[in-house]
Write a protein that binds this ligand. Structure first.
Ligand code: ZN
Length: 372
């Protein structure tokens, strides 16, 4: 999800109980841990394509890096599922004479969440460690201590002895992602990681395609792992233009409000473990939301509701406005601590999201129309 102000209201419902099997879990964990900076999603895209290959009638890429898996090509209507594969990243912009690296942010970082953090730089000779340091508290004046920190105030220390050594290991243009792994949190279905935004959604789309490949489907289904969402919804926009679907469902993460300091008045009542979240508001077609709710009901999947008055800050915003307009829905996975290295989600919600997508597509008949 893009970083932008959101407004919302909602209600929550029951807990899910399905867990992923081992091969699903391994795919999700590997996908989350494989670096995918906006504009450099290729390695993660390869993984995603390998997973969907056995289930797809055809599989293609484009010049932007989108991955498009298709089943039932002669079907009607054409439906696009879109889940972005990119993750917020840093990109090296300047190296000083002492070999310290300054960077731009590809996506929205809260500077406070990267100070003291470890990053992996994806250098030309391989992955290297970098750390983001800060002057010790002992050495800060009271004024320095109170001052807010901006991204431009920070640097990466890769242990280089000078600029030449740093330039060899991580030249200008090198991407860096948080060195945070995917781990179980607690004894239930929770996981903590960087980049659950939105590898969890890209995973759900791959799983939905897998489920649909074993069912009778009327629609032509285009499952798309989109790129460059975090820097402006770019992959979704161009892939939807190319596919020209009658209906689309974007899948992303959304803010949970079930942790201290989260404000339900601002984001609604959204619980991790409460099930997939269905969005209402001007970005989404009310017909598509209604279809998703009917599918949830029929498949007995508990869902939560979210309302967004303007932009959803997801691929849905772009897809809705492609060509002459596409009837678009949005299904989201509840997430705590978005855009940090410790995002928290529920495996049950992720799996239920895949099932909900599959159920919604199954509910499309050949004459389903979203024209009003
Ligand atoms: Zn995001």
């Amino acid at each position: 999800m893009l970083r932008s102000p959101r407004l919302g209201v909602g209600v929550n419902s029951n807990e899910g109980e399905v867990l992923l099997n081992d091969s699903h879990y391994d795919f999700l964990k590997t996908l989350v841990e494989t670096a995918s900076p906006p504009g450099a999603e290729d390695e993660a895209a390869r993984l995603w394509r390998n997973y969907v290959q056995p289930y797809a009638t055809s599989l293609s890429g484009d010049s932007q890096g989108n991955s498009i898996a298709l089943i039932n090509p002669e079907g009607s209507p054409r439906v696009q599922l879109a889940g972005h594969l990119d993750e917020i990243s840093l990109i090296v912009r300047y190296i000083d004479s002492d070999g310290f690296l300054y960077f731009d942010a590809a996506g929205g970082f809260d500077p406070l969440t990267i100070i003291g953090g470890r990053f992996h730089l994806l250098g030309p000779q391989g992955k290297i460690l970098g750390v983001i340091g800060r002057k010790a508290r002992h050495l800060q004046s009271d004024d320095e201590h109170r001052r807010s920190v901006e991204i431009d105030d920070l640097w990466l220390d890769i242990g280089a002895k000078d600029r030449a050594e740093a330039e060899t290991a991580a030249p200008v243009g090198t991407y860096a992602v948080r060195a945070a792994t995917f781990e179980r949190l607690g004894t239930g279905s929770l996981v903590a990681s960087r980049a659950l935004d939105n590898k969890a959604g890209a995973y759900a789309i791959a799983r939905a395609l897998e489920l649909l490949s074993k069912r009778a489907v009327t629609a032509a289904v285009y499952a798309v792992a989109t790129v460059q969402e975090e820097v402006g919804l770019r992959g979704a926009r161009v892939s939807a233009f190319g596919i020209d679907p009658a209906v689309a469902i974007a899948v992303d993460v959304t803010h949970a409000s079930d942790y201290p300091t989260a404000d339900k008045r601002r984001v609604g009542d959204i619980k991790v473990g409460g099930g997939p979240v269905v969005t209402f508001g001007p970005t989404v077609s009310s017909h598509v939301s209604a279809l998703i709710l009917r599918a949830a009901d029929a498949a007995e999947i508990a869902v939560q509701r979210e309302a967004v008055g303007r932009n959803t800050a997801t691929d849905a915003d772009a897809i809705q406005q492609v060509r002459a307009g596409i009837a678009t829905g949005l299904v989201s996975i509840p997430l705590r601590y978005m855009h940090t290295g410790v995002e928290v989600a529920s495996l049950d919600d992720i799996e239920k999201t895949a099932e909900l997508l599959a159920a919604a597509v199954e509910h499309l008949g050949p004459r389903t129309s979203f024209v009003r």
